[in-house]
Design a protein around this ligand. Sequence first.
Ligand SMILES: Cc1cc2nc3c(=O)[nH]c(=O)nc-3n(C[C@H](O)[C@H](O)[C@H](O)COP(=O)(O)OP(=O)(O)OC[C@H]3O[C@@H](n4cnc5c(N)ncnc54)[C@H](O)[C@@H]3O)c2cc1C
Length: 187
Amino acid sequence: MALNILIIGGVALGPKAAARAKRLMPDSNVTMIDQGTYISYGGCGIPYFVGGDVPQMNGLRTTNAGVVRDEAFFKELKGVNAICHTRALSINRKEKTVTVENTQTGEKSDMPYDKLVIATGSSPRIPPIPGADLKNVTSVTCLEAAKAIQEQCAARKINHAVIIGAGFIGLEMAVALADMWGIKVTV
Ligand SMILES: Cc1cc2nc3c(=O)[nH]c(=O)nc-3n(C[C@H](O)[C@H](O)[C@H](O)COP(=O)(O)OP(=O)(O)OC[C@H]3O[C@@H](n4cnc5c(N)ncnc54)[C@H](O)[C@@H]3O)c2cc1C
């Protein structure tokens, strides 16, 4: 019987694991879920998209041949069933199922697996600072957040930015905001 491989997370590790599994086991059923809207993108390029070096967001999720790596791409070219807007809520290891929720409708269901890959990445450590949950306070760990920032920049809604964290990502974002959009940036 065909092996059911379920992968949670669809940005870097998830798509690699899915494509590799399908190559090694062409008869397997490979499903990859992600809670977000966009999959298989270059997260490292987020500051370059915000800063205009990558002019279109799709530039971060396009193959060399110019094909956008979306759900249809994975279905048609990789034979992988990729499903966005789907968050894993719990794993039942005894039954070998994952309870998932459609983030748009709230509908819950169980997905069976023989092999499960957890490719959920990391999340930013936001210190317990009062106000960290206010509007206009964000991290930049996903393409959805990058798109929101870029749109606000393009609409000239941001005059000043404060970046907390002067590591690579913080400094790359500082340069992107200041150089491309002329925003006054404090790091
Ligand atoms: C701005 C920025 C710049 C970077 N620059 C560099 C760089 O220059 N060089 C470098 O090597 N690395 C860089 N990185 C790091 C690199 O992008 C990550 O190491 C890499 O994306 C990790 O891949 P991953 O697949 O493990 O996780 P992620 O890319 O984080 O993907 C995990 C996915 O799983 C989803 N997910 C999480 N929980 C669930 C759930 N319960 N159900 C469904 N889906 C879920 C998440 O929403 C996400 O879409 C950068 C990252 C950022 C954000």
